[in-house]
Design a protein around this ligand. Structure first.
Ligand code: G
Ligand code: G
Ligand code: MN
Ligand code: NA
Length: 253
């Protein structure tokens, strides 16, 4: 309860911040995207990572207003980067299951209009289990979102229970291989085989494949050699405050 009171207050007092982590193209080595990741800068506790408050926010329904703030802030920031003349990239926002209801497409449409960001520069990340749960409704909502022109990716892929037939029917653009498989690429032949299989599966289904949690050069080389499209992880850049990410984008010019 105490947590909920402080979360609600945090929203009122503007204590949330978005960090941005680069996504790098394996073909060009350049930044081709950013994932927005929320942080809570609490006056009492300092920087609080999302794992420590998102579950409470989800439980209490506060994730909806928080998620709306995230979407508005990420779209507005991406428009600022574009207006500053930086090379345009899509910004990816994580969605909680609670946000994925039939009102979401209209809300996203409004946010795009208000921010002036073209839909093509917004990507929504949805975890695998969310996509699979209540598949019929999810397909309808995703189709409505896709009609706006944005991109959808399946986050934490490999940890859930996707049925391949559903995956083919879902209007998604990319798979993000969960970092647990990437971590063990070099040490564990099963993880290496799973990563290769997901890359092939994604490409057969015409999806981009992104590996998360890339921390060393060995993992990077493996992903490059096996045709992965994009990488994200500490090796390429940690989630960072907006000023630092802006500097990274400027260095790309
Ligand atoms: O940034 P970090 O690795 O600490 O994030 C931890 C978890 O919190 C990840 O699962 C991530 O998807 C989730 N997360 C980060 N930002 C957001 C957000 O804005 N909305 C939602 N729903 N989840 C987020
Ligand atoms: O669940 P989702 O994929 O949205 O969350 C991404 C999470 O992974 C964030 O909490 C982010 O801080 C974290 N992350 C990003 N890169 C790395 C990495 O290279 N290693 C590890 N261990 N975590 C990472
Ligand atoms: Mn994510
Ligand atoms: Na993930």
């Amino acid at each position: 309860l105490e947590m909920l009171v402080s979360l609600r207050r945090a929203l009122d007092r503007d204590e949330f911040k978005l960090y941005y982590q680069p996504k790098i193209s394996l073909a060009s080595g350049r930044i081709i995207g950013a994932e927005a990741l929320i942080r809570w800068i609490s006056p009492e506790q300092g920087l609080v990572p999302p794992d420590r408050f998102i579950p409470f926010a989800e439980e209490a329904g506060l994730i909806v207003p928080i998620g709306e703030w995230v979407l508005r802030t990420a779209c507005a920031q991406n428009k600022l980067w574009q207006d500053a003349g930086l090379a345009p990239i899509p910004v990816a926002v994580n969605l909680s299951p609670r946000q994925l209801d039939q009102n979401l497409p209209e809300f996203v449409r409004q946010v795009l209009v208000e921010s002036g960001l073209a839909a093509a520069w917004l990507e929504l990340e949805i975890t695998e289990n969310v996509v699979m749960r209540d598949a019929e409704k999810t397909v309808a909502t995703l189709n409505a979102l896709k009609r706006l022109g944005l991109q959808v990716s399946v986050d934490d892929f490999g940890t859930g229970y996707s049925s391949l037939s559903y995956l083919r029917r879902f209007p998604v653009d990319a798979l993000k291989i969960d970092k647990s498989f990437v971590r063990d690429i070099a040490r564990d032949t099963d993880s290496a085989a799973i990563v290769k299989a997901v890359i092939s599966l994604g490409h057969i289904l015409n999806l981009r494949v992104i590996a998360e949690g890339v921390e060393d050069q060995e993992q990077y080389n493996f992903l490059l050699e096996n045709g992965c499209d994009e990488v994200q992880g500490y090796l390429l850049g940690k989630p960072m405050p907006v000023e630092d990410f802006t500097r990274r984008l400027e260095l790309e010019m």
